[in-house]
Design a protein around this ligand. Structure first.
Ligand code: UDP
Length: 472
């Protein structure tokens, strides 16, 4: 095709602009959404910052080029952020999160220029901007350009609906004031049988009464942009989250809808098969290895890493364990039974390897979906944010996992409990066996959801139809 012909083709395609938040767990699912949209013939522009663009480029399959463009905005360097850090995964402490969010808000002006350029004279303006919850400042810009803003949270509809209800109705304040943290909390809008304890309420929501707190104030602003958005894109599927969509939508203004278009990881191309741990797994029996990862945000104390090491060895199972700590040195005997990896691993490919029988996970929502989409049951070990809610979802509602026992949230979990939990999730007990069956069933349902005519496939098509109508 001639260059002019190709350019004409480009202007005929529908175009979507996506701006992910700079944390791996928020970026990865939106990359997969870009792949899904480009497979439907759409043109996608991904907006990011210079230091994040190599990761994005590396994780986009070549089949997407040139339908996915990556455009960068210069990341402002402000104190006390370490120079060069443009992603929350590189922050030495979660205390720097507010400063990081503040820096991202300074991208407003450059984004305005970029949108002016993208929209100026375009025969077909973009259908929408999909931007992360943390980038709430994109909403007024979208309004200025007459562009619908879809918000993306990286969370399940279940967790989002519960968080919104807790934020608005604050039923947990009674439990907090009573001093009895085990007092059951009923979240308005949810079935009477679903009860939370205070430790299951995310920290930011527990602090919501403290309106003098700058983080609370900032969150209030984000929530306001969030609920005023045109709609939301949710990385989930009807079977897992359908019961909570209505409740979630009820907190939004103007009849905004939640579109469940996942699991988005099922749109991704396979990752690099060259990684050494995949070769190592090739030599292991089916379902014999446990995969252990606490995600990209959590810093696990070294005393806890010691207990995990002992527990894994005591369980008698082989393991692949991703460790983020740079200083922690495992005892020699640990690596006789398993593999400790410190660099970036192809997690989806590991979970999809036949040798993997269970996943010890912090329950970041991507990890949960990636595991269930390939039928791997989870030993839930939630730590921060909404991970406690995800763990509850997996164990109590979906029945596809078992809990690690032995400690209140935030306390060190001992080696015996780790060993016991690993044995259970690897199928050693009745609960583990049931979780394995449920995970296998969810694998089939997830595949059906994204296949042609499935719930997520239809939701994505309806969303695009609705956007075309909104723009016509
Ligand atoms: N991930 C990966 N390799 C790693 C670490 C993480 O592929 O070495 C991916 C993982 O597959 C998931 C994302 O990073 O897609 C982490 O998101 P999640 O919501 O599970 O947890 P978070 O890191 O945001 O707490």
């Amino acid at each position: 095709a001639s260059a002019a012909g190709m350019a004409a083709q480009e202007t005929e395609r529908d175009h979507v602009v996506i701006f992910p938040f700079m944390a791996k767990g928020h970026t990865i699912p939106l990359l997969h959404l870009a792949v899904a949209l480009s497979a439907r013939g759409l043109r996608v522009t991904l907006v990011t910052t210079p230091a994040n663009s190599p990761f994005i480029r590396h994780h986009l399959p070549s089949c997407c080029h040139p339908a996915v463009d990556i455009l960068t905005l210069p990341f402002p360097h402000i104190d006390p952020l370490p120079p060069g850090v443009e992603s929350t995964d590189g922050l030495p402490s979660l205390d720097l999160y507010p400063a990081f969010l503040h820096a991202t808000a300074l991208l407003r002006r450059p984004l305005q220029h970029l949108l002016t350029r993208l929209l100026g004279g375009a025969a077909r303006p973009p259908l929408c901007l999909i931007s992360d919850f943390f980038l709430g400042w994109t909403l007024p810009l979208c309004r200025r350009f007459g562009l619908p803003r879809l918000v993306f949270h990286g969370m399940s509809a279940f967790s989002m609906a519960l968080c919104k209800s807790l934020w608005v109705h604050q039923p947990h304040f009674t439990s907090a004031a009573s001093g009895d943290h085990r007092l059951p909390i009923h979240v308005p809008g949810t079935p009477p049988s679903l009860l939370l304890t205070l430790t299951e309420v995310p920290d930011a929501i527990r602090n919501a009464a403290n309106t003098d707190d700058p983080v609370t104030q900032y969150l209030n602003e984000l929530v306001d942009s969030d609920i005023s958005s045109w709609g939301m894109v949710v990385n989930s599927f009807a079977k897992v989250d359908g019961d909570y969509v209505r409740l979630l939508e009820s907190f939004y203004r103007g009849g905004a809808r939640a579109w469940l278009v996942g699991p988005l990881s099922l749109f991704a191309a396979p990752e690099s098969h060259a990684h050494e741990c995949l070769k190592w797994l090739d030599g292991k029996d089916r379902g014999s290895v446990v995969y252990v990862s606490f995600g990209t945000q959590v810093h696990v104390p070294e005393t806890q890493l010691d207990e995990v090491a002992h527990g894994l060895v005591q369980s008698g199972h082989n393991f692949v364990w991703v460790v983020r700590s740079e200083s922690w040195v495992p005892p020699d005997w640990v690596e006789k039974r398993g593999m400790i990896v410190r660099d970036w691993v192809p997690q989806r490919d590991i979970l999809g390897h036949v040798a993997i029988g269970g996943f010890v996970s912090h329950c970041g929502w991507n990890s949960v979906l990636e595991s269930l989409s390939v039928g791997v049951p989870i030993l839930t070990w939630p730590m921060i944010a909404e991970q406690q809610l995800n763990a509850k979802h997996v164990v109590e509602l979906l029945g596809a996992g078992v809990r690690v026992g032995g400690a209140e949230a935030g306390e060190i979990i001992g080696r015996e409990e780790v060993a016991k939990g690993v044995k259970e999730v690897m199928g050693g007990g009745e609960k583990g066996g049931k979780a394995r069956e449920r995970a296998a069933e969810l694998r089939r349902v997830a595949a059906a959801a994204v296949a042609e005519g499935g719930t997520s496939d239809r939701a994505l098509e309806e969303l695009l139809e609705e956007l075309r109508r909104a723009n016509s």
